[in-house]
Design a protein around this ligand. Sequence first.
Ligand SMILES: NC(=O)c1ccc[n+]([C@@H]2O[C@H](COP(=O)([O-])OP(=O)(O)OC[C@H]3O[C@@H](n4cnc5c(N)ncnc54)[C@H](OP(=O)(O)O)[C@@H]3O)[C@@H](O)[C@H]2O)c1
Length: 339
Amino acid sequence: MKLLILGGTRFLGRHLAQLALEAGHELTLLHRGRSGPDLFPDAEHRIADRDGSLAVLEDGEWDAAIDTSAYVPRQVHAVAEALAGRVSTYQLVSTISVYADVNANRHGLTDETAEVQTLEDPRTETVTGATYGGLKALCEVAAWDGFEGRCLIARPGLLVGPHDPTGRFTWWVQRLLRGGEMLAPGDPDAALQCLDARDAAAWLLRQAEQGQTGVFNLNGPEAPTTMGDWLAAGAQALNSSAQPLWVDEEFLLAQGVQPWTELPLWLPRSEAGLHRIDIERALATGLQCRPAGQTFADTAAWAGAAPPVSAGPPRPPVGLSAEREAALIDSWRAASARP
Ligand SMILES: NC(=O)c1ccc[n+]([C@@H]2O[C@H](COP(=O)([O-])OP(=O)(O)OC[C@H]3O[C@@H](n4cnc5c(N)ncnc54)[C@H](OP(=O)(O)O)[C@@H]3O)[C@@H](O)[C@H]2O)c1
């Protein structure tokens, strides 16, 4: 297969490129040459900022294009125009953040038919936490229009594993490796979802090979898991001596602890719908999720090799500092001891 990846040198796209080359596909990558300039010498690299001219795409034909780097609809329209009729199927990597209200249905799962967000100002191109989902929803519309239905929309949940530039999952790996008493947030029985980016990449590639179209949530694991079981799997895989101390969410919120960023992956009950995404469609089309322990172990090996941080947008700090965690544990003990 002739495959074009828009992106392909940082995280999800990097795993995709690796798998595509291993499978013997003829690979073209479009990127600016910043994130991993020396990666994949066996691929053809077309260097361009997709926000400018896409003249580098003037020639060539591809069986599939996988777009990992579109954040505003203009970028999708531009690619559709540049490729006009020279690509059989187009995959847009979207996100579960497109959903309007994953918390509306308190106990059920959110499937692909759920309502998506609309933006107050659909012309905005400022990508923030507040606009990211709505802009991706507009990218999806642009994909359907631009490629006249010959497209697959993938909506991943949290992607984890080696080469993750966000540091979110990696923070838990490093925290478990540090050992000792470890603040564990909220309820050990709370649902948790995330997907190894390598498993997401394998599924995307398989769909591209088959010319699959449609909308698919893309998350893991295959069978529902909980925060408690997930941390236990990580502790076992890393041979960690960390002892979880489960701390109520009301206490953490009252102390100003930021869900998702200060304690990555943790969400309070009011936002827990983000960990209840229906993945039946992806499973029915071949999604396979490796055991969590393997992702913990491989991420530890990767993070231990201390790779340079790849180029990308500046990111807010992730994870509690050891000092703040210790102070929170002390306060929690004091509060719990009060009659
Ligand atoms: N991480 C998650 O948990 C998560 C969850 C849900 C959805 N997603 C979605 O998954 C996708 C994958 O993200 P990723 O970081 O893993 O992708 P990636 O393909 O591994 O990295 C981004 C790529 O895009 C290129 N790029 C960035 N800006 C560009 C521009 N203006 N022009 C040309 N190339 C550009 C980068 O190379 P250069 O820097 O060299 O240009 C790099 O190759 C994103 O669309 C994201 O919204 C991620």
